[in-house]
Unconditional design. Structure first.
Length: 298
């Protein structure tokens, strides 16, 4: 592959990970639309800005992860079990990746800045925290077992509640519960990723949650995050949005079968199949919750 080619950058951006960025915004926007329609207060522009910010920050995080893992020497092609990375393979030069990290960080800030008009100055703090922890995750926090907490916060609480907040300037309990459920669903992706890499991470001194609790407990944790997330949807049922609880049972069924496959494979590159299925399941969860909310309100 030609270095720094469009194909190289596409692979470096990891487009399959964008489902994790889209789902929280989808759910937050669906909740906001339901509550805002009575006041004709929903802003499509604000929703699109939230989605674009999430996409760009996800790509930025992928670039940061690619560069710093390479710089640390953690992406040895001979031992790596996950998908190949751009800097390690030489698809993207390190200088070009540094410039790309700077560019995507600035672009994310530019896209997110107009959200101040809709959500107030507090959006500046939210944006700043997203940028700071984008770097801290790869450079430090993922090495001390904090990755799962950050997923819960920055793929659950922050995007779902903020997408809702910029529309209605409030955050009811249902939105908070939905955000935590969303974070749990997306954390399944990190769990299977760290489950696959547990032996390499242990050798390199990377103390992920999987390394701390062991393989067997991690298998059950993978199942549990999906089950708890769907059960949290009982709050939707209590609020009268029955389909927002029922339709995600499709996700839970798929999640269960992926869990069975994970337990059967246990080790090696074949676990990347579970990684791909988990990404698919996350998108289906977001789609079924959002559709369930929108259909239930008619």
């Amino acid at each position: 592959m030609k270095q720094n080619s469009p194909k190289a950058w596409l692979l470096a951006a990891r487009p399959k990970t964008l489902a994790g960025a889209a789902v929280p915004v989808m759910i937050g926007a669906a909740l906001a639309w339901i509550d805002a329609r009575e006041f004709d207060a929903f802003s499509p522009t604000a929703a699109v800005l939230c989605l674009l910010f999430a996409f760009i920050m996800q790509i930025d995080a992928n670039f940061v992860n690619d560069f710093f893992d390479y710089a640390r020497g953690n992406d040895d092609p001979a031992t790596r079990l996950g998908p190949l990375r751009a800097c390690t393979q030489g698809w993207v030069s390190t200088d070009a990746m540094k410039h790309a990290i700077a560019a995507t960080t600035v672009l994310a800030c530019m896209v997110g800045l107009p959200l101040v008009v809709y959500g107030g100055l507090e959006m500046l703090l939210v944006g700043a925290l997203c940028v700071v922890f984008c770097f801290l995750y790869t450079t430090h926090l993922s090495y001390v077992g904090m990755g799962d907490v950050l997923v819960l916060v920055f793929f659950g609480l922050v995007p779902v509640t903020c997408t809702y907040y910029v529309q209605l300037h409030t955050c009811p309990l249902t939105v908070v519960i939905a955000s935590l459920a969303c974070g749990l669903v997306i954390d399944a992706l990190l769990i299977v990723n760290n489950y696959r890499d547990r032996d390499v991470d242990r050798r390199d001194g990377k103390r992920t949650l999987v390394v701390y609790i062991g393989a067997k407990a991690s298998e059950w944790l993978y199942l549990a995050v999906g089950v708890v997330a769907v059960l949290a949807g009982l709050r939707f049922w209590a609020d009268g949005y029955v389909l927002a609880f029922v339709l995600p049972l499709i996700y839970l069924t798929l999640h269960f079968f992926t869990w069975l496959k994970l337990r059967r494979i246990r080790q090696g590159r074949q676990l990347n199949e579970c990684l791909g299925e988990t990404a698919r399941n996350i998108f289906i969860y977001g789609l079924t919750v959002s559709l369930g909310l929108l259909l239930s309100c008619h």
